[in-house]
Design a protein around this ligand. Structure first.
Ligand code: NBP
Length: 483
């Protein structure tokens, strides 16, 4: 077999197959491999005319088909299958060759794999890929990590197959060493969860408080999509809401089971944020909201619980309320991104990745699920000040939130009065209010901690320690000794 393929893809389910076609359509010769060879042959049969494919059946054939340095993309189920594939191929590779894992790996696994393969001189590139099967075929947003040298030869190929932002910039950059790419992809997914939750809350408010039908709400989302909320998720929301179920004639949204699935990356975003001490309350609420939706028995048992009685809005009140919801949605969205970017910055500091936050915003502008006009503004904010403490410190975002806050608060008041759950909006506003607060009740929390754990508090002045000890003796209940 001639070693003429510039890149190889192993794992030819929906993502791998489309990514392989994307490379081929862009003029690269692509070696193909899959554990079950039938998938490989099916791809060539169906799409062989799209470009230069080299079908292989064994690992040896696959590796032999690749030009040096070899570039081998793995697109298999994340976790053990990825390790199995690495173990199969790594012994056949030589120093300087590259393994690119395009699956949704946990960044800690990527760090481990990169370290192990580095010992063999193999460059391991953990690359987050977003955009689903459509993106894989027509241009995804790609977040590669790994050794920077690998990007010299791999980068131009990824740039060619990636999505392009409106200004023509490719939606790919070398994010940083080892697990940086998969970390950024994980946070991308966390932000995606928050975005979807906020959109869901806006929908439910428009339906339950303003009394609009799904078709009317679809029109509202279409209008929003022409303004500052312009994004893929708002666009598809309008499509979903205007879709009618053929069998029942009902709005599609009324026949879909109201339980949202999750694959795990949103949960990882929250778990890692807890480890890093980063408050991503909006993302966490989005993860919990999906989790709550799946607790059917609990929901069934709670359905009859008391709630407020509904108040109908007039046509003009409903229209004014919809404008307020747009403000609340936009302000909450700024907070979600603020939290997500904080997590990226914290991960970067923890692992010495030196991630360029402006570049991250830039590569999310096209191809990925959270692509939005808004990301251009985030890019500008970080480009203007790389060390921006938070997106809320950017003058433009701060002014927009200042202009939105009255409506944001009013929407939450209505939600609470009408009993519409809005954990995302509420968490975002609480985060905003907590950040801008002159003093936080954390002072009291610390006082309580000092009270029951005096000896473990080195900074407590002796005078206070003595005084608190005295009071502790007088306390009617003995305090516990740990928090
Ligand atoms: P799946 O995640 O469904 O994985 C199926 C592929 O993994 C098949 O090629 C299968 O081979 C292979 N595989 C498995 Br399962 N176990 C294996 C093993 N032990 N050894 C070798 N191959 C094995 O495919 P996908 O949905 O195309 O996703 C691929 C990757 O891309 C995943 O990591 C996913 O998280 C990520 N991703 C997916 C999306 C999306 O929208 N689907 C978006 C972004 C990222 P077989 O044919 O022989 O069973």
């Amino acid at each position: 077999m001639s070693n003429s393929a510039q890149i190889g893809v192993t794992g030819l389910a929906v993502m791998g197959r489309n990514l392989a076609r994307n490379f081929a359509r862009n003029g690269y010769a692509v070696a193909l491999h899959n554990r079950t060879a039938a998938r490989t042959h099916a791809l060539v049969e169906e799409f062989g005319s799209e470009g230069d494919f080299i079908a292989t059946e064994t690992a040896k054939e696959f590796v032999a088909a690749l030009e040096r340095p070899r570039r081998l993309v793995i697109m298999v189920k994340a976790g053990e299958p990825t390790d199995a594939v690495i173990q199969e191929f790594a012994p056949l590779l030589e120093p300087g060759d590259m393994i690119i894992d395009g699956g949704n790996a946990h960044f800690a696994d990527t760090r481990r794999r990169e370290r192990e393969l580095r010992e063999q001189g193999i460059h391991f590139v953990g690359a987050g890929i977003s955009g689903g099967e459509e993106g894989a075929l027509n241009g995804p947003s790609i977040m590669p990590g790994g050794p920077v040298e690998s990007y010299e030869s791999l980068g131009p190929m990824l740039e060619k197959i990636s999505a392009k932002a409106e200004d023509g910039a490719p939606c790919v950059t070398h994010v940083g060493p080892d697990g940086a790419g998969h970390f950024v992809k994980m946070v991308h997914n966390g932000i995606e969860y928050a975005d979807m939750q906020l959109i869901g809350e806006a929908y439910q408010l428009l339906r339950d408080v303003a009394g609009y039908s799904p078709a009317q709400i679809a029109d509202i989302f279409r209008t929003w999509n022409t303004g500052r909320l312009d994004s893929y998720l708002i666009e598809i929301t309008a499509e979903v809401l205007s879709h009618v179920d053929e069998a029942t004639g009902k709005p599609f949204v009324d026949v879909v089971q109201d339980q949202a699935e999750q694959k795990g990356t949103g949960r990882w975003t929250v778990q890692i944020a807890l480890d890093l001490g980063v408050p991503v309350s909006g993302i966490a609420e989005a993860v919990f909201a999906r989790s709550l939706s799946g607790h059917s028995a609990l929901r069934e048992a709670s359905r009859g619980l008391a709630g407020p009685s509904a108040t109908a809005l007039s046509e003009s009140e409903a229209s004014a309320f919809a404008d307020q919801v747009e403000q609340a949605l936009y302000a909450s969205k700024i907070v979600s991104y603020t939290q997500g970017f904080h997590e990226v910055a914290a991960g970067s500091a923890e692992y010495d990745w030196n991630i360029d936050l402006g570049a991250v915003a830039s590569i999310w502008r096209g191809g990925c699920i959270i692509r939005a006009a808004f990301l251009d503004r985030i890019r500008e904010a970080y480009d203007a000040q790389a060390e921006l403490p938070s997106l809320l410190s950017d003058d433009t975002f701060a002014q927009e939130i200042a202009a939105a806050q009255d409506d944001w608060r009013a929407v939450l008041v209505s939600a609470v009065q009408q009993g519409v759950p809005t954990p995302g909006f509420a968490a975002a506003l609480a985060y905003y209010d907590a950040l801008r607060a002159e003093r936080l009740p954390a002072a009291l929390t610390q006082g309580q901690r000092d009270f029951f754990a005096l000896d473990g508090v080195p900074h407590l002045p002796d005078r206070h320690r003595r005084e608190l000890r005295g009071r502790r003796r007088e306390a009617p209940h003995r305090p516990p000794q740990s928090d």
